[in-house]
Design a protein around this ligand. Sequence first.
Ligand code: DC
Length: 215
Amino acid sequence: MVQIAVDGPAGSGKSTIAKKIAEYLNITYIDTGAMYRALTYKVLVNNVDVQDEDAIIKLARESDIKFFQGDIYLDNNIVNEEIRLPEVNKNVSYVAKIPQVRKILIGIQKKAASNRDVVMDGRDIGTHVLTNANLKIFLTATVEQRSRRRYEELKNKGLDVNFDDVKRDIINRDKIDRERKFSPLAKADDAIVIDTTDLSVADVINKIIPLLGEG
Ligand code: DC
């Protein structure tokens, strides 16, 4: 079985790289950030306060969240576009830091990956979800570069965004993701770090391909 964990902070290139590795190996790709985002979207649509942990845990228990064949499903509706809204970006880390929410989503993620070849990206995949992964990659890049990538991504989608807002949001999100008590953003001891600041997508893939056979 081939199981690959790709972790790192916002904008480090995780999803682009994880998707490419999955394509290259012709195996399943699972975007775990999309799952936290889907729940956050539901929290916002239901007008639940992001500080109201009990209400959010209840929503998490009642929700059907899955990532399947490139689409994120929330209660059987595809919400690929909705989960990328700036409001979701702003609030997702508050939802994702609730331990009980994490336990529920980590459970879904482990089940989705069980007995399957998979590439999964997130923040705690190497440390909590695929602890026995054949290969663990931890991507990093400067805040400036990560903010620039997110800004371009949002602008290309036609959203009216401001670079400083995007950067502030990324800094804030990373801080909450790193400092939370349960399954924070962290490099697994056995993960390989790749700094993507000055690398193209092809450069990063060329560094990873030789590692794939070494599980
Ligand atoms: O990778 P992303 O930007 O789509 O992730 C959105 C948020 O979800 C991120 O700020 C933290 C949270 N997240 C998490 O806590 N654990 C994961 N495995 C994936 C994402």
